[in-house]
Design a protein around this ligand. Structure first.
Ligand code: BEZ
Ligand code: FE
Length: 311
């Protein structure tokens, strides 16, 4: 069987034999897959063979041109050049492609029993300040005060006393402290839950902010008409002996960015929480005097999986 097609690389009409062309392409795919057949590690063999199959299928599906292949290589080169120990553009690329979130979903099946996970992001810092229950994580970062309270329990509903609840967030201008020029620590802290597994602290009402978009990932988003903005969120990492570490966020119900879309696909419905706005002068749960400013309050009840579950 033969037909006439326009060659995408040369623009010329060429008489092709589709069956033969198909066979040549498939033969190469098969040869590359076979080349991994002797890998001593069976998991590495499985991953490389599946990667090859999908990569070749993609190239054949879109009929990738030489120039497009070169553009892809240039993109990866640019991602490598901007990456250093402070900036991880490869993870950012994985995030905007949904690959980070897909990996999280694959590894954390949602049966409703435990709190869902979401992306870690690049702004976590070890050794955050410890604050007492009811303390303030803002450390002078600007934004509207937000009272956050909740509990940490296991999948059987038993309190996890002393669970470490680590929290970090951007200020109301969309910056994390690590992006400040003066190196000060703000908008991050950890508390330990009380004997009943309860926690409470002051934070800032989260606001939407853009992921770093001054590099190749930002250019990709611009070229594809996508927004770099993340839905407003507050990051959590919760750890306790015998429990699987939970990395997650809570999102703000009613945030218009939830409709527009989160640039890294991190939103899970179960993580969208009411942040109830409070009028200036409304008494706070801890009797704090906020003067003439509004504030908000939210609740996050956390269920941790046991260590060994789903691993
Ligand atoms: C963040 O929420 O901090 C974040 C997550 C993924 C990419 C960039 C930022
Ligand atoms: Fe964030």
């Amino acid at each position: 069987m033969t037909d006439t097609r326009t060659d995408r690389n040369t623009g010329q009409q060429a008489t092709l034999e589709p069956d033969r062309q198909e066979q040549r392409e498939q033969a190469l795919t098969d040869r590359v897959i076979d080349s991994f057949a002797t890998a001593p590690n069976p998991r590495l063999r499985e991953i490389m063979q599946s990667l090859t199959a999908h990569l070749h299928a993609f190239i054949r599906d879109v009929r990738l041109t030489d120039a497009e292949w070169e553009a892809g290589i240039q993109f990866l080169t640019d991602v490598g050049h901007i990456t250093d120990d402070r900036r991880q553009e490869f993870i950012l690329a994985s995030d905007v492609l949904g690959a980070s979130m897909q990996t999280i979903i694959v590894n954390n099946p949602s049966d409703g029993a435990v709190t869902e996970s979401t992306v870690f992001g690049p702004f976590f810092v070890e050794d955050s300040p410890q604050i007492p229950l009811g303390g303030d994580i803002s450390g002078g970062a600007s934004g509207e005060p937000c009272w956050v309270e909740g509990s940490v329990v296991d999948a059987e509903g038993r309190a996890i006393p002393g669970a470490r609840v680590e929290v970090w967030e951007a200020d109301d201008e969309g910056f994390y402290d690590v992006q400040y020029p003066d190196g000060r620590v703000a908008g991050r802290a950890h508390v330990h839950a009380d004997a009943e597994g309860r926690f409470r602290f002051w934070a800032l009402t989260p606001t939407p902010y853009p992921i770093p978009h001054d590099g190749p990932v930002g250019r990709l988003l611009a070229a594809t008409g996508r927004s770099p903005v993340r839905a407003a969120h507050l990051h959590f990492m919760v750890t306790a002996d015998g429990a699987r570490t939970l990395v997650t966020h809570i999102f703000v119900d009613g945030d218009p960015q939830l409709e527009i879309g989160d640039s890294v696909f991190g939103v899970q419905d179960s993580l969208i929480k009411e942040f109830a706005r409070q009028q200036p002068g409304t008494p706070t749960p801890d009797g704090r005097n906020l003067g003439d400013i509004p504030w908000s309050r939210t609740r996050f009840d956390i269920v941790l999986a046991a260590t060994g579950d789903r691993e």
